[in-house]
Design a binder for this molecule. Sequence first.
Ligand code: SAH
Length: 345
Amino acid sequence: MEKTDIKSMTLSELSQEMRKLALPAYRAGQIYKWLHVRGAFSFDEMSDLSKDLRARLDEEYIIRTCEIERRQESKQNETVKYLFRLYDGEHIESVLMKYKYGYTLCVSTQVGCRMGCRFCASTLAGFVRHLSASEILGQIHAAQRDCGIRVSHVVLMGMGEPLDNYDNVMRFLELVSDENGLNIGMRNISLSTCGIVPKIYELMEKKLQLTLSISIHAPNDEIRSKIMPINKKYPMSELLEACRQYAKQTGRRISFEYTMIDGVNDSVECAKELSRRLRGILSHVNLIPANEFSESPFSRSRAETIEKFVNEMKNNSVNVTLRRSLGSDIDASCGQLRLRNQKGG
Ligand code: SAH
């Protein structure tokens, strides 16, 4: 029989489990702290539990951990990229970024991805499976342990589409923000989506204080459908209407991600059209020069082109920033390290 995934349980679920095992209620709190605050990799680490109890827990439950398969540090020490191995031998990536205000971890939500964005390495080898809440948490625990630091901010911008793994991602959000657990506040969490419109409405109803990021990457359906297949299902007008309502309902500014791809979406006309379409939405636009990798047919926009694009957006009163691309020397655009590993590079 498959063992139960203990780190995906909430404290109250764990308390019920303890009751089933006829264990005292305080055990749940003890174990939860080991799993979530201290990030224990095994029951053996739980030194205030008896050996017998540890053995019993080990028979019933599995702690889904992320083991470091590869680790790459950027030259300036500002990013660490991890390739993690999961219990079933699958691999995912996370990137730890050091900022003035603390450490941000970019986590994966799926093994592979089925969204098919043409510029993205994560989707090239297809979709394998969803990650459990414990495996998303496990990335934080593994990075914290490896670097001896505390992660203060989390971005769901690694491999996978978070809203395509909705239930597990919601459970992850509940666990990671739990004050008895890692206690990372919703305001320190960003969730990025390629635009699964019905799920954006579902998320809106939860009125969470997280930052919703939309991977927009184009000013119109013609360009967007060419690079992002999801646009054929949920065209831009529907997506932007969902964003408008989301911002209104939650009072939270939407963050739009725009990857600058040479000759595809980087003209001044594109900047004009995007500015017009975002009008009236409480928002911020992040421009990111496309990360290049050998399997990608695209290259990043030229510096002058980017500058013109930024200026046009500013002239149209759009809140816009050009994001410095951290860690491009370590394949830090998600999916690239896993791809390299699969190819034996
Ligand atoms: N599936 C989610 C989150 C994962 S990707 C989403 O689509 O938002 C995180 C961000 O990186 C997205 O905005 C994605 O479009 C972008 N991205 C993917 N490949 C990229 C590349 N080669 N260069 C720059 N940004 C890229």
